[in-house]
Design a protein around this ligand. Structure first.
Ligand code: PHE
Length: 454
């Protein structure tokens, strides 16, 4: 048995896992990729992947974690002690977490900076060109982004130091409802602006000509990233889930919440963008360059700085979402360090924080002062982005699902899903089929296309 204590309640477990799933992927990434690949067309494919493959993977990770009561590296070898080689899948997951966290912290640092920039009114009088220059200048400068990411890492580490119950569970139970409330305020404001329906149409009207193979791949990648599966994070959270929790119901709740929040983010962003007559295809810079412009345009209407207030609300929302996701990535690494390297929680947290700040700082600097240093033909930021978006999570997800479908004893899986025979598991044959055939084939296709398509 591990020394860690788990979540105290089913609600706490759901909030923590929703906190992990809902992040920059929902608010910053989903809306612009959805728009880019044909709105409703992308949405249909995305929903299929989320509910068929993403949710099956989440259940897979929960079962592996709760059954073994270990973090990924030990989990695989505990469930099949005769096949110790599988523990490398767990190690692979930890490396993936480390890299994703480094990149995540850079962007989270930007969101923190924008809370400051909007609150002090620094952006209030800027037009589109100035906002564009402001973002480029900020993100490529040497000091400020690094300070921001370091502050964000310290915030994350502080929660980890608080432990699973008093840190992660408590913070998630407070922050997630606040996040939903802020998002509802943003949606209402955005949808009541004149001309906002153009944005709703952009988001939902299917345009299959824009989808293509690239869109299908992006949908699967986004489904994995958004549900935080394919790197062992949910194995760790699974090991904290109470034994009487219904894993199927919990996974469904998390998947539904994550999807609704992604859709609400789209509804908070695009109607406002359209209402201001701006270009919706803002790409990754959408929330940092285009949205401040939208907020600025709300200011003169009333004389009261309404736009500034909404801008601050929006960036606080982003920071909140990013924080609970970063916590889960950090916790996965901490759980591994305490369990496999036998380091106590406090020193482990501090060492991980320092390492991750160092890598994140290099990623950030590679967008500016160190831009000339290329690894595998690209700056570090782009390399880590490419690895963590297209390759590592699908590989890890594929191996996890193969372990679950073909290596882990079926009786153990059934016993864990049914809470020792006390719950009905009529869905079990479907899950088995999905994890044995559909998910591996889909993930393999993504990988092959990702490798040869680039
Ligand atoms: N799911 C998070 C998001 O949508 C990102 C994340 C990925 C968090 C993997 C943890 C693990 O932003």
């Amino acid at each position: 048995m591990t020394e860690h204590k788990g979540f105290t309640s089913n609600f706490g477990a759901i909030m923590a896992a929703v906190g992990s799933a809902v992040g920059l992927g929902n608010i910053w990434r989903f809306p612009y990729i959805c728009g880019q690949y044909g709105g409703g067309a992308f949405l249909v494919v995305y929903l299929c992947f989320v509910f068929l493959i993403g949710m099956a993977l989440m259940m897979t990770e929960f079962v592996i974690g709760r059954r073994s009561q270990h973090s990924p590296v030990k989990a695989f070898s505990t469930l099949r002690p005769d096949k110790p080689g599988w523990r490398f899948v767990g190690l692979f997951g930890i490396i993936t977490c480390f890299l994703i966290l480094s990149l995540y912290l850079v962007i989270s640092g930007w969101t923190l900076n924008y809370v400051g920039d909007t609150a002090t009114g620094a952006l209030a009088n800027m037009d589109g060109t100035m906002l564009d220059q402001h973002f480029s200048h900020f993100s490529s400068s040497a000091i400020r982004p690094v300070i921001c990411l370091a502050i964000f890492t310290i915030m994350t580490a502080a929660v980890i130091l608080g432990g699973v119950q008093k840190g992660i569970e408590k913070v998630s139970k407070i922050l997630m409802p606040i996040l939903v409330l802020l998002l509802v305020v943003m949606c209402v404001r955005s949808l009541t602006l004149p001309g906002s329906m153009g944005g709703v149409e952009y988001l939902f009207k299917p345009d299959f000509s824009k989808l293509g193979a690239a869109g299908v791949l992006a949908a699967l990648g986004q489904a994995l990233f958004s549900l935080s599966v394919g790197m062992g994070v949910m194995v760790v959270y699974g090991s904290y889930i109470p034994k009487d929790d219904n894993l199927m119901r919990t996974s469904l709740w998390i998947t539904v919440c994550d999807t609704l929040i992604a859709l609400m983010s789209g509804l908070a962003i695009f109607p406002a963008v359209f209402s201001c007559g701006l270009e919706p295809a803002g790409g990754p810079g959408l929330v940092f360059k285009v949205l401040p412009m939208v907020f600025n345009s709300m200011n003169p209407v009333t004389g009261f700085p309404t736009g500034t207030v909404f801008a601050v609300i929006f960036f606080v929302l982003l920071v909140t979402a990013a924080l609970t996701s970063a916590i889960s990535l950090f916790e996965a690494i901490t759980a591994w360090a305490t369990e496999s390297l036998h380091i106590r929680r406090t020193p482990a947290t501090l060492v991980i924080a320092l390492c991750v700040i160092a890598i994140a700082a290099f990623c950030s600097l590679s967008l500016g002062p160190l831009n000339h240093i290329h690894i595998a033909g690209m700056p570090l930021f782009d390399l880590v982005d490419r690895l963590t978006a297209a390759y590592l999570p699908p590989i890890c997800a594929l191996l996890t699902v193969l372990f679950f479908g073909w290596v882990m004893p079926g009786a153990d899986i059934h016993d864990e899903l049914s809470n020792h025979g006390t719950l009905k598991t009529g869905y079990y044959p479907v899950l088995r089929f999905l994890t044995r055939y559909i998910a591996p084939i889909a993930l393999l296709l993504v990988l092959i296309t990702g490798i040869f398509g680039n």
